[in-house]
Design a protein around this ligand. Structure first.
Ligand code: ZN
Length: 152
């Protein structure tokens, strides 16, 4: 029943909602790792905090300032990651990245759930770095335990 246009409007609404009222938007004083990301192209800044419990991600939050796409992407990412193992998180990160750099019109990778709302950025190569910024920071936090990453 819903046309492609209606679906796009719905996606747009979800991005704006997460952009305006980001979830898990707070510092985490007892984080096991944190990493900062900076996207000079757009001016987006994000700090991702992760608390690991063994192999699992017990909690994840973020702070920063940036455009609606970068904020919504970070917000949706934190919602999805809680309770995942490191391996699952890496898999999700890979699929998310594959989605945003895929050719417009091609089917999206499976199991992205709500994150599919960000699939639209593949039509706007300039915005890909906005969408992936928090994910780069997450990767850095999980792999090296922190630091600063730049999209450049
Ligand atoms: Zn941006």
């Amino acid at each position: 029943m819903s046309s492609e246009g209606e679906l796009r409007d719905l996606y747009q609404e979800l991005i704006l909602d997460h952009g305006r009222r980001p979830r898990n938007f707070s510092p985490m004083p007892d984080a096991s790792a944190k990493a900062e990301g900076f996207n000079p192209l757009c001016g987006d800044r994000v700090t991702v905090f992760v608390k690991t419990e063994g192999e699992r991600i017990g909690a994840v939050s973020f702070q920063g300032s940036g455009c609606a796409i970068s904020t919504a992407s970070a917000s949706l990412m934190t919602e999805r990651l809680k309770g995942m193992t490191r391996t699952e998180a890496q898999g999700l990160l890979d699929r998310f990245h594959a989605m945003v750099i895929s050719e417009p019109g091609k089917p999206l990778p499976a199991d992205l759930g709500k994150l599919e709302v960000l699939g639209g950025v593949r039509e706007f190569p300039m915005r890909v770095k906005c969408a992936t910024l928090a994910w780069h920071a997450l990767k850095s936090a999980l792999e090296q335990g922190g630091g600063t990453v730049s999209t450049e």
